[in-house]
Design a protein around this ligand. Structure first.
Ligand code: BYC
Length: 312
């Protein structure tokens, strides 16, 4: 079969909603797109642990601490499923992680913003996990089997994360005026970065057209962003928080909310490494790898010894 025939067969499979599995033939570009997207996703989960992890010791009570601990632990688990999904495409975990540490691979822009107050933790759960779910529910139907299956489990946990964030903010917003002000301040700082999570506008998205054809992506960046805004406005109203956008307005004709243009200059600066916490985040991951070297060595030595004993 020629390359062109293989590609036609591959696209037919995708069009018939048949999942692509690790041992199936796939075009190199499909494989590369998946390695890029899934590894970026895995890195986002792992780097995403940093702003929240920083608050575990400062959670206001035992219940909040236990919930936050569980959430951060879930994120480590998500990173691990996703690194495994990348491995099924023939790229080693070591390589994937090295690409993050060398600055070659990206992770979500949102995690380059600091979590300054306790209200930020609730807001991250509500808005950041909320945006993540909007994107990830669609990925449960992505065309690559291992990625789609990982997303099903991840989405269940993300939905718990979103609810815990919202519940935490409900408490703050019905508390003292200072607590409410703290929640509004967090909203003011996280709203726009949360909208940026969906990626550049469709006109500037490099990969969307091909990824939609291959059903890696089911919706465009702008479609998902719009769904997120539409779903979130009523939630903010219930909390009594104001969305920091003077142009946010229901558009009856479109059946959607209109909102202001995103500050794309800020988005690209953060993506290029110049956000408020980019350097700190990468340094923390590199340090964790270096300081964990002895644990990996000990675990490998133990596994080898056990295997030798078994075979003896
Ligand atoms: N940040 O052609 P485009 C989470 C890059 S949630 C940084 O539209 P694509 C979590 C993009 O990589 C977050 N970079 O790309 C939540 C590309 O550059 P390269 C993780 C971004 O891939 C709570 C260029 O811009 N979720 O984990 O078709 C707690 C052009 O973009 C961003 C996922 O990763 C960004 N926001 O669409 C803990 C979901 N946006 O690679 C953890 C899976 C774009 O050519 N990923 N870029 O150098 C996706 O769905 C898609 O990759 C995106 C972008 C929608 C993000």
């Amino acid at each position: 079969m020629t390359q062109a025939e293989k590609e036609i067969r591959f696209q037919e499979k995708i069009d018939r909603e048949i999942k692509i599995e690790p041992n199936d033939w796939m075009p190199d570009e499909y494989r590369q797109t998946l390695v890029r997207q899934i590894s970026q996703h895995a890195h986002s989960e792992i780097v995403g642990m940093l702003p929240e992890g920083n608050w575990i010791t400062r959670a206001p009570n035992l219940r909040r601490k236990a919930v936050l601990l569980a959430k951060v632990q879930d994120e480590a688990g998500h990173g691990l499923y996703l690194y495994s999904a990348v491995e099924t495409l023939g790229t080693s975990r070591e390589q994937t992680i090295d690409d993050l540490h060398s600055g070659k691979a990206k992770y979500s822009s949102i995690f380059n913003y600091p979590a300054l107050t306790w209200a930020d933790i609730g807001t991250i759960g509500w808005l950041v996990d909320g945006a993540a779910i909007m994107n990830q529910v669609a990925l449960c139907r992505t065309s690559y089997g291992p990625y789609a299956r990982a997303m099903v489990k991840i989405c269940k946990e993300e939905s718990f994360h979103q609810r815990q964030g919202y519940e935490s903010l409900m408490k703050l917003c019905s508390g003292t005026p200072q607590q409410k002000a703290m929640a509004q301040d967090a909203m003011n700082r996280f709203w726009w970065p949360a909208l940026m999570m969906f990626g550049p506008s469709d006109a500037d998205s490099t990969h969307s057209d091909q990824s939609i054809k291959w059903k890696i992506k089911r919706f465009t960046n702008d479609e998902l962003r719009q769904s997120f805004v539409d779903a979130t406005v009523a939630q903010a109203e219930i909390l009594g928080l104001t969305i920091p956008d003077p142009n946010l307005k229901w558009n009856e004709a479109r059946g959607h909310y209109d909102f202001s243009e995103i500050n794309w200059e800020e988005f690209w600066q953060v993506v290029k490494g110049n956000g408020p916490c980019n350097k700190e985040r990468l340094a923390a991951r590199v340090k964790a790898k270096e300081e964990g070297a002895w644990v990996r060595e000990a675990a490998t030595a133990f596994a080898k010894k056990r295997a030798m004993k078994k075979s003896a």
